[in-house]
Design a protein around this ligand. Structure first.
Ligand code: KMH
Ligand code: ZN
Length: 311
């Protein structure tokens, strides 16, 4: 009897804002470029599109629903992909502001960051002489002193505000302790099974991107959540594709996209989000798994459906 093949969900994080200054011309920040790259990524095999918005004049991270409105309907009309709206926004914004786009558009999914941390990328400040936008150098340099605030109270407020929208969360866990935070919140009734955990690896301030750490994260999640969870991996920078490959071989799902890495291979910038999606799509299939369609992803994660969003 033929062995059933794993189905791997590919998420593509298209835009980036929190830790992705514009150090590559391929990184989309205008409404048109975000729409075009998101559609291309879906055509290349991404069944979930994780989206941030940026102010089109200043390039700054934006949580103004008016900066999402120009591209969300275009993506919906052109693709069947699941739209996942970030609630991370930017390091300096309140949770109330950060959840506004997900609530306004009642997305199928949104991110939910599972702990407070010094999410830092300050070493990048010394690596570049020129920046596309004036604010970027200081924003990057000052990240060593910034707390990305996601307290238990913030998480509760986000979960309760978004509950009427029946949004499935991409629980971003940057370290093992965040899994325990998630368990506490689940036991408090904030989240329904199956939960979807994104193991976030390789962010300074969080767990490093290596296989031992992934196995430890996975074993801890098994212990805490049993069959009540699905999981995926995103690794920042050059670890993105190798860790995604490992995750898919371990039966997990994968996230790529220019938000998390500007590279297609060591020392080479990616041309587009679609190029990264096409690469992991090929690897996943060549190694014997199948890439999930958007409807398969909806089924696996228990999503409400693309006809129940507000855009
Ligand atoms: N780029 C990830 C490491 C969010 O949007 O809520 C962080 C992220 C957070 O995706
Ligand atoms: Zn994000």
């Amino acid at each position: 009897m033929a062995r059933k093949r794993n189905k791997t969900i590919i998420t593509c994080a298209v835009t980036g804002a929190i830790h992705t200054p514009t150090m590559s011309d391929a990184l989309p920040y205008t409404y048109d470029d975000i729409a075009r790259q998101a559609i291309d990524a879906a055509e290349a095999g991404a069944s979930i599109l994780h989206l941030h918005a940026r102010n089109n004049e200043t390039g700054a991270p934006s949580v103004d629903p008016a900066d999402f409105a120009p591209f969300l309907p275009r993506i919906k009309q052109a693709t069947d992909a699941v739209v996942n709206i970030s609630t991370g926004g930017s390091l300096t914004l309140s949770i109330q502001d950060r959840i506004r786009p997900a609530a306004t558009f009642s997305a199928e999914m949104c991110s939910m960051n599972m702990g407070s941390m010094n999410f830092s990328f300050h070493p990048l400040a010394g690596r570049y002489d020129s920046w596309k936008f004036d604010w970027e150098r200081d924003y990057v340099a000052n990240s060593d002193g910034n707390i990305f605030r996601n307290t238990f109270r913030d998480i509760r407020e986000a979960a309760e505000t978004l509950a009427p929208h029946d949004i499935k969360f991409e629980h971003e866990c940057y370290d093992v302790g965040h899994l325990y935070n998630l368990k506490f919140c689940m036991d408090s009734g904030l989240f329904k099974a199956p939960i979807f955990i994104q193991f976030v690896m390789g962010i300074l301030g969080g767990i490093g991107a290596d296989i031992d750490n992934l196995v430890f994260m996975k074993k801890t999640a098994d212990k805490l959540f049993g069959d009540d969870y699905r999981w995926s991996v995103l690794a920042a920078g050059i670890s993105q594709i190798p860790m995604a490959t490992t995750a898919s071989q371990m039966g997990g799902h994968v996230r790529v996209g220019l938000e998390d890495s500007l590279l297609i291979s060591r020392g080479t910038l990616a041309d587009s989000n679609a190029q990264q999606v096409a690469k992991i799509h090929r690897i996943v299939e060549e190694l014997g798994s199948e890439v999930a369609t958007p409807d398969e992803a909806r089924e696996m994660l228990g999503l409400k459906g693309g006809d129940k969003v507000n855009f």
